[in-house]
Design a binder for this molecule. Structure first.
Ligand code: NAD
Length: 245
């Protein structure tokens, strides 16, 4: 579905991001895996040896425009284009309001909102020049439902939804589609580490009766990245088994 396209996936070293990286590679794309540290990038690349020649690792500071521009240009220089940007890197938070420090609040806002803005800006410049592209952001079901603590996280994902819809309208004239995927509870390391009974309790509250797998989420990214979604822009797709936190 993505043969000949080049994608850059932030937070691509583990969890949902790594599942997107694998899914895109299996569908023919070249993939630039962006991680926060060289060590984790190397670890991810070591699991992708079968795709040698179609994978590149980078670790820019996602809030630093110069570093992000360099990473986007590295993708274009190695593979000839940058067609797909996946803004997946994110941090969550569960701190009650009275215990929040401004530092923690800003950390969530910076990576989850500013990082998306900086990456979208750098990638869109290249996409505009080459005649088009696709940007897909990672939201969350809590953007709509909120959560009982850690308000920075749902606030940041609500902002991601707003940026998605706004950029879709702004960049349509440049043939750049912008969408988001809003996962529900997904079985990444954090969920896998929970006691079985806790996962069973969470699953029981989800209409489809189970937590999502990273591949469930990656499938939505694949669709939005592909030409099959050629008329889809400004949309947030829920991948949550109809859970509403
Ligand atoms: P994860 O913690 O396994 O992965 C997060 C990724 O983001 C990691 O690769 C990490 O290195 C990267 N990252 C974090 N801070 C970074 C920084 N400062 N610079 C660069 N990279 C950084 O989590 P995940 O569950 O795979 O989450 C991926 C995305 O999905 C996030 O945006 C998260 O908010 C969203 N999400 C996850 C769930 C879930 O249940 N797992 C639900 C809804 C939304």
């Amino acid at each position: 579905m993505l043969k000949g396209k080049t994608a850059l996936v932030t937070g691509g070293t583990r969890g949902i991001g790594f599942a997107i990286v694998e899914k895109f590679l299996a569908n023919g794309a070249n993939v630039v895996v962006a991680g926060s540290r060289q060590e984790t990038v190397d670890k991810a690349l070591a699991q992708l040896t079968e795709y040698k020649g179609r994978v590149l690792g980078v670790c820019p500071d996602l809030c630093n425009p110069a570093e992000v521009e360099k990473a986007c240009l590295a993708a274009k220089n190695k593979f000839g284009s940058l067609d797909i940007l996946v803004n997946n890197a994110g941090v969550s938070s569960a701190t009650p309001l009275y215990k929040y420090t401004l530092e923690e609040f800003n950390k969530v806002i910076n990576i989850n909102i500013t990082g998306v803005f900086v990456c979208a800006q750098a990638a869109a410049k290249i996409m505009k020049e080459q005649g088009g592209g696709v940007i897909i952001n990672t939201s969350s079901m809590v953007a709509e439902s909120g959560q009982p603590a850690g308000c920075a996280y749902p606030a940041s994902k609500f902002a991601v939804n707003g940026m998605t819809i706004s950029l879709a309208r702004e960049l349509a004239k440049d043939n750049i589609r912008v969408n988001a995927v809003a996962p529900g509870v997904t079985r990444t390391d954090m969920v896998a580490a929970l006691p079985k009974e806790t996962v069973a309790r969470i699953s029981a509250g989800i209409p489809l009766g189970r937590v999502g797998e990273p591949e469930d989420v990656a499938n939505a990214f694949l669709y939005l990245a592909s030409d099959a979604a050629g008329y889809v822009t400004g949309t947030v797709i829920n991948v949550d088994g109809a859970a509403r936190a």
